[in-house]
Ligand binder design. Structure first.
Ligand code: IPM
Ligand code: MN
Length: 356
């Protein structure tokens, strides 16, 4: 019996997760798989209930589960809290504790949505990118970090970007293996012209490639150039490999190619477990209105079926159902275009369920 910890979090995280959980239940019934679901708090709602963004018990439960299905965390209510108690810290702690070192973020441009992109149709058509982002190290977690009063009203704040050979190798290995099942190309992103940590990044990726993956095409791009090439010739990319912060930035950019951040799922995988979550945030401006796009969450749930439960067929059915509903012209507000049918969160969920 697969055990899933459901952590809707804050804002639209709650609404979209509810929809994907109801679809997940149906998928389970159809496939004779009994998912055991338990709910828990993370982020702002955990701060309200416990005074901290994630409790030991939640982390323990996550470790005991086969997968975590997450919504989103954060919101204006918790913006002025001390830095180390912010909702985001809960998410980062969960990722760190579960050692989910590889974050897979597929950005696919659906034919039906090519005109919803802010780029020209002919530029984004056929885009199918997998961003592989390092998730548990880099500048997000490096020490020393903090701030110092220098006197005279002057402060100094600092973070540290460091990577070890093995941290780079394990995520790069994942990228190469994924590429072999796709178009067999990896673009590794760094800033080795300036940063020592990124020289190690490039050297390690290059060596691993020569040693084990010389059948895969490898290119290296500096992150500034990669950001530019990604809007110039996005269809040329297959797997994009990057460290934590560059991967965070590049994956939002890749998401926008597809028309909306509301479409992008992600899977964070590693040694201790897996976390599935939409790339989008808690979107406080539209939270509670029932208009959020549940597709990123639904597709994250599909990634969970595929990567954690080997249910490739069921995952493909969910993805196909999403495609059909889009082909039929149904759109949530974020991807709405003239002449299409505008639907809310729940209705989008029901339509997708209907296609299954
Ligand atoms: C993401 C988010 C998080 C990150 C934030 C909320 C901590 O932007 O998942 O991309 O920076 O990793
Ligand atoms: Mn981000």
């Amino acid at each position: 019996m697969p055990k899933i910890l459901v952590v809707p979090g804050d804002g639209i995280g709650v609404e979209v997760t509810e929809v994907s959980v109801s679809i997940l239940r149906t998928v389970g019934e159809r496939n004779g798989v009994e998912f055991t679901l338990e709910n828990d708090l993370l982020g702002g709602c955990a701060i309200d209930a416990h005074g901290i963004p994630v409790t030991e018990e939640t982390i323990e439960k996550a470790k005991q589960s086969d997968a975590v299905l997450l919504g989103a965390v954060g919101g204006p209510k918790w913006e002025n809290i001390e830095h180390h108690l912010k909702p985001e810290r809960g998410l980062l702690e969960l990722r760190k504790q579960l050692d989910t070192f590889a974050n897979l973020r597929p950005a696919i441009v659906y034919a039906a949505l090519a005109d919803a992109s802010t780029l020209k149709r002919e530029v984004v058509e056929g885009v199918d990118i997998m961003v592989v982002r390092e998730l548990t190290s880099g500048i997000y977690f490096g020490h020393p970090r903090g701030n110092e009063q220098l006197g005279g009203g002057e402060s100094k704040a600092f973070n540290t970007l460091h990577y070890t050979t093995s941290e780079i190798e394990r995520v790069a290995k994942m990228a190469f293996e994924i590429a072999r099942k796709r178009k067999n190309k990896v673009t590794s992103i760094d800033k080795s012209n300036v940063l020592e940590s990124m020289v190690l990044w490039r050297d390690t990726v290059t060596e691993l490639h020569e040693r084990q993956f010389s059948d895969v095409t490898l290119e290296h791009l500096y992150v500034d150039n990669a950001a530019m090439q990604l809007i110039r010739r996005p269809a040329d990319f297959d797997v994009m490999l990057a460290g934590n912060m560059f991967g965070d930035i590049i994956s939002d950019e890749a998401a926008q190619l597809t028309g909306s951040l509301g479409m992008l799922p992600s899977a964070s995988v590693g040694n201790e477990g897996a976390i599935y979550e939409p790339v989008h945030g808690s979107a406080p401006d539209i939270a509670g209105k029932g208009i959020a796009n549940p597709i990123a969450s639904i597709l994250s749930m599909a990634m969970m079926l595929r990567y954690s439960f080997d249910m490739d067929g069921a995952a493909a059915q969910v993805e196909e159902a999403v495609r059909k509903v889009l082909d039929k012209g149904y759109r949530t507000s974020d991807i709405y275009e003239e002449g299409k049918a505008r639907v809310g969160t729940e209705e989008m969920g029901s339509l997708i369920l209907g296609e299954l």
